[in-house]
Design a protein around this ligand. Structure first.
Ligand SMILES: CC(=O)SCCNC(=O)CCNC(=O)[C@H](O)C(C)(C)COP(=O)(O)OP(=O)(O)OC[C@H]1O[C@@H](n2cnc3c(N)ncnc32)[C@H](O)[C@@H]1OP(=O)(O)O
Length: 409
């Protein structure tokens, strides 16, 4: 079969998108949702695979900026919309698209590629490693109390229509981005995604609601959520489904968490995709009643090992030589000396003796500071060739704030 992988043309978008939706089950989207994704598509970075006239593969790469440890905002391709028609699966179409895409990303000078995976098994072979985890919580709010920090009672909460306060919520979001690796600087129109309120996702819940947190007239946080009433049992047992909850400080966050946990006629709070170090976990009276699970979130690929490793800073001084294996992007293969500290880093080719041997996938996992090199070594995926190098690198690669991707793409 001759498959043609090429840039998507604007007049092909509807066909391309129908193929993508079908690969995910074929459920329709509202015109508003579809229109927004159309608008966000970047034609010079989106690929289609064609078998004659038929679109049989899709893949895109948004032009993101990703916060890395130290706070720099680094160019990163946000891989999206990957699909292959079920009629053409397991014949190498995805592999051809990944080949073209990673070559393109390299030619654009972007050191990183990131994605969220429908199935984590797909992307390791292309050099992606799990770089962030997140928490999914289902909290029994009748059994869990929150002990809040000083200042929480000074935070004023008020309801507002989500669209009416979008600008102030975005200001809060923008202030949080540099402080947490894994967050994405907002690109034009991406803020509208948070307001999409598809009927199919409500499953009996209310339209999106919003509460902003204010102090001295300034917005210091917000939450967007839905409420799903449940009158079927002897008492009301509704559920609060949190979409976003962000605060600029501990008191603002605590006020918002206390609010969602205390809404009358509800007994459960579902909050998925939360940071691993979300503070409420250390404020609740009974963590076992919070139904906590962890899940892989952002998968990270170092497209240019040298540029990526020197774009971040390191928690402790380090000077290590890595031997990197990268069969899919062989330009990364070989020895790299990384020296750095909390102020900056440099990473260059070397012929010096190797300290640590690993594949580019492990570097992707460790890159944002969420998965430790020590843990990867314990799993047999990093080899230490100079005693002490593993502890040194593992400490240096860490991050004070757990890396977190706040939304999918
Ligand atoms: C970032 C995102 O957009 S994530 C979304 C990914 N898309 C989806 O999940 C939609 C539904 N699935 C699909 O569209 C397709 O099955 C895809 C895109 C996952 C795979 O496309 P294919 O063209 O079949 O992949 P391809 O033939 O290139 O496979 C390459 C290798 O990966 C393996 N592979 C691919 N998909 C899977 C999978 N879902 N599970 C296990 N192995 C897989 C293949 O077996 C093959 O292995 P091999 O090299 O050892 O033989």
């Amino acid at each position: 079969m001759a498959t043609d992988v090429r840039l998507l043309r604007q007049d092909e978008w509807n066909t391309w998108y129908d193929n993508l939706l079908r690969a995910f089950g074929g459920v329709d989207e509202s015109p508003e949702e579809r229109g927004l994704w159309n608008q966000l598509s970047e034609y010079d970075r989106f690929l289609g695979a064609w078998d004659g006239e038929d679109c049989i593969g899709t893949a895109g790469a948004f032009s993101f900026r990703l916060t890395v440890p130290g706070g720099a905002s680094v160019r990163a391709a946000g891989i999206t919309g990957v699909s292959v028609a079920a009629t053409h699966r397991r014949r190498g179409v995805l592999t051809s698209m990944m080949r073209r895409q990673l070559d393109d990303i390299r030619s654009w000078g972007e050191p990183l590629a990131v994605l969220t995976a429908s199935e984590p098994v797909i992307y390791g072979r292309f050099g992606y490693g799990i770089g962030t985890l997140h928490v999914n919580a289902e909290i029994d709010s009748h059994r869990v109390q929150l002990s809040v920090p000083p200042g929480t009672d000074d935070v004023r909460l008020r309801y507002a229509a989500p669209a009416d306060v979008l600008d102030v919520c975005e200001e809060v979001y923008a202030r949080l981005v540099p402080g947490r690796p894994g967050m994405l600087a907002r690109q034009p129109d991406w803020e509208r995604l948070a307001l999409l309120d598809p009927q199919r996702e409500r499953e009996g819940a209310s339209p999106l609601q919003c509460v902003v947190a204010e102090r001295d007239g300034e917005t210091v946080g917000y939450t967007r959520f839905r409420v799903k009433p449940d009158w079927h049992q002897s008492s009301a047992n509704g559920t609060v489904i949190v979409q976003d909850l962000e605060g600029l400080d501990a008191a603002a966050c605590a006020a918002l968490w206390r609010f969602v946990l205390d809404i009358d006629l509800t007994s459960r709070v579902i909050a998925h995709g939360r940071p691993m170090d979300d503070a409420w976990q250390y404020q609740v009276s009974d963590i076992r009643r919070c139904g906590i699970q962890t899940k892989d979130s952002l998968h990270v690929r170092l497209v240019d090992v040298g540029a990526a490793l020197q774009a971040r800073t390191y928690q402790a001084p380090l000077d290590v030589v890595f031997e990197v294996e990268d069969s899919f992007c062989p330009w990364n293969e070989g020895r790299w000396r990384l020296t750095g500290d909390g102020k900056g880093a440099s990473c260059a080719r070397t012929t010096d003796a190797v300290d640590l041997s690993l594949s580019v996938r492990e570097l992707g996992s460790a890159y944002l500071g969420g998965i430790s090199l020590t843990a990867l070594a314990a799993a047999g995926r990093v080899r230490e060739l100079r005693q002490g190098a593993l502890a040194e690198a593992s400490l240096a690669f860490g991050s004070a704030a757990a890396p977190w991707l706040p939304h999918g793409f």
